[in-house]
Write a protein that binds this ligand. Structure first.
Ligand SMILES: NC(=O)c1ccc[n+]([C@@H]2O[C@H](COP(=O)([O-])OP(=O)(O)OC[C@H]3O[C@@H](n4cnc5c(N)ncnc54)[C@H](OP(=O)(O)O)[C@@H]3O)[C@@H](O)[C@H]2O)c1
Length: 206
């Protein structure tokens, strides 16, 4: 699979490296074609990896990840170009910080509104990036969530998350349910402060 990862921070590079380790070809995108972070990552990751602009990464990927700063995600995706998003699964990992600045509609919904031909799936935004790509680093069975309007896009996302090692992936429903996972952020932050580590997650016990 060709994957386009928009974002060169710790999340983008963690996901991009995981995808490369699973045998996928990955382009990481940034605001500029010569981003130091993206270039360094691509050099370290080897031949199936490349660095470019947001538009380059979006054009390259059959599946896309939005790993940009939440408050800047819409702008980054506009730069990536709607024509490069149309018809593609767009896995939105971003959170808006501080969370109360997101407004009544979640970022996932806003992205779906602005790019109606993209198949937005909100996922992985409830865990730290190391846990995203290595769920076994937290002991026991624990849960992540997907939200999105397109059933096939969610199925593809669940399969991808399972390839990352996730066992309990809960489909919450349409993209409006991204409000629920984006609203979890204050609890995540409180737990992180209390526990002194980001290596934790919640488990949904039936
Ligand atoms: N850190 C975690 O473990 C974690 C966990 C769950 C969710 N998240 C969410 O995942 C996303 C990525 O987090 P992160 O910590 O890796 O990195 P980040 O610092 O939040 O975002 C870095 C990316 O955002 C882009 N960016 C920043 N300002 C921009 C602007 N004004 N216009 C366009 N693009 C802009 C940067 O572009 P350049 O490449 O050009 O610099 C870079 O690619 C965030 O939304 C975060 O809330 C993070």
């Amino acid at each position: 699979m060709n994957a386009g990862v928009l974002g060169t921070g710790m999340v983008g590079t963690a996901i991009a490296s995981k995808l490369v380790s699973l045998g996928h070809s990955v382009a990481v995108g940034s605001r500029t074609a010569d981003s130091a972070a993206a270039t360094k990552w691509a050099r370290g990751a080897g031949s199936p990896a490349r660095a470019g602009t947001f538009a380059d990464a979006a054009a390259f990927g059959d599946v896309l990840f939005n790993c940009t700063r939440g408050a800047a995600s819409l702008s980054a995706l506009h730069t990536a170009g709607a024509q490069n998003l149309n018809g593609k699964v767009l896995i939105d990992v971003a959170n808006v910080l501080p969370p109360d600045e997101v407004g009544p509609r979640s970022l996932g919904e806003q992205i779906q509104d602005v790019f109606p031909a993209a198949k937005v799936v909100k996922a992985l935004n409830t865990v730290n990036c190391d846990v995203m790509v290595n769920p076994a680093s937290v002991r026991g069975r624990h849960s992540v969530f997907v939200s999105g309007n397109d059933a096939m896009a969610k199925q593809q996302t669940v399969a991808l998350l399972e390839s990352f090692g996730w066992v309990d992936v809960i489909d919450l429903g349409d993209i409006t349910t991204a409000r629920a996972t984006e609203s979890y952020l204050p609890l995540w932050i409180a737990l992180w402060r209390r526990l002194g580590t980001a290596a934790f997650n919640v488990s949904v016990v039936r």
